[in-house]
Design a protein around this ligand. Structure first.
Ligand SMILES: NC(=O)c1ccc[n+]([C@@H]2O[C@H](COP(=O)([O-])OP(=O)(O)OC[C@H]3O[C@@H](n4cnc5c(N)ncnc54)[C@H](OP(=O)(O)O)[C@@H]3O)[C@@H](O)[C@H]2O)c1
Length: 265
């Protein structure tokens, strides 16, 4: 079962890649690109019909493993993923949900939901895989995993936790890890983002709609992975905010406070 992509292997052909969050957005774009490179794909998300429709479009070997990562049997899911093609070379942890609520109005159960899907699910999958294989872990974090942003206390916490876990895993266990921190990408993330009531935000935020196209983001992710990058930042002007966060913190706090999650800007 132990199979690891070769150090300098920039060729995804024949590699077994498990993508969570493959039914839309960044995960779907990655599936399309990897299918073009003839990787063998295992696709996971809740919407089985969307995964099957995607699978039909892909000219490569695909196994659909639909699951709700909020409350999955991770051992059974991982066993099924390993059995699909006899091993796993890479896992792309792309499944995730966003948040649109202020801390003062957000109940603990909303924080738990964000942590379950964005943090505990990747940790659980990784924990099940570690005893049997050292698959390359590609983790879709966020710029919110590097700094705070209004309306996203739980989302930012989950993405900070994700970065902390996988960065530590890499130094502790020598597992190949690529952490990806995108800024805004044109996907459905703001539509499905959880609000204080637990309902979906249901709005395509203006800034989300103007984000980097999902396919461009996916291309840059695969370029970083092929180059064995440990951290890939894919952002437009958000990256200046990140630099300010390091080099001129008082200015970062001033600017970040002006962002309004309510206006979607
Ligand atoms: N878009 C951005 O601006 C942006 C920026 C930074 C980071 N990211 C990160 O990128 C990743 C992909 O998001 P996206 O932007 O591509 O948004 P998206 O289009 O909404 O995709 C999210 C994916 O996660 C899956 N998912 C959500 N909840 C799930 C659950 N309980 N169980 C299993 N799968 C679940 C969704 O599938 P189902 O609904 O079928 O379950 C979908 O495939 C996320 O981790 C997100 O935090 C996005």
């Amino acid at each position: 079962m132990t199979r690891v992509m070769h150090e300098n292997d920039t060729n995804f052909t024949g590699k077994v890649v498990w993508i969570t969050g493959a039914s839309s957005g960044i995960g779907e774009a990655l599936a399309v690109l990897l299918a073009g490179k003839k990787a063998k794909l295992i696709l996971t998300a809740r919407r089985e019909a969307a995964l099957m429709a995607l699978s039909d479009r892909l000219d490569t070997a695909v196994k659909v493993l639909a699951a709700d990562l909020y409350a999955a049997d991770f051992q059974a899911l991982t066993t099924a993923a390993l059995a699909a093609f006899g091993g796993i070379d890479m896992v792309i942890h792309a499944a995730g949900i966003g948040q649109r609520s202020l801390a003062a109005e957000t109940p603990l159960k909303v924080y738990r939901q964000l942590m379950e899907i964005n943090f505990f699910a990747p940790v659980a999958i990784t924990g099940c895989l570690l005893p049997v294989c050292k698959a390359h872990m590609v983790v879709i974090g966020s710029m919110s995993g590097l700094m705070g942003f209004p309306g996203r206390t739980g989302y930012a916490a989950s993405k900070h936790a994700l970065k902390g876990y996988f960065e530590t895993l890499q130094v502790e266990q020598d597992v190949p890890v690529t952490i990806v921190s995108p800024g805004r990408v044109q996907t459905n993330l703001s539509l499905s983002a959880i609000t204080a009531s637990g309902e979906a935000h249901g709005v395509m935020d203006e800034a989300q709609a103007k984000g980097i196209p999902a396919m461009e983001c996916a291309l840059r992710i695969l370029k970083g992975v092929a180059q064995k990058k440990k951290h890939v930042i894919i952002a437009r002007k958000e990256k200046y905010l990140y630099w300010l966060h390091w080099w001129w913190p008082s200015m970062y706090y001033k600017i970040a406070k002006k962002y309004s999650f309510a206006s979607g800007k």
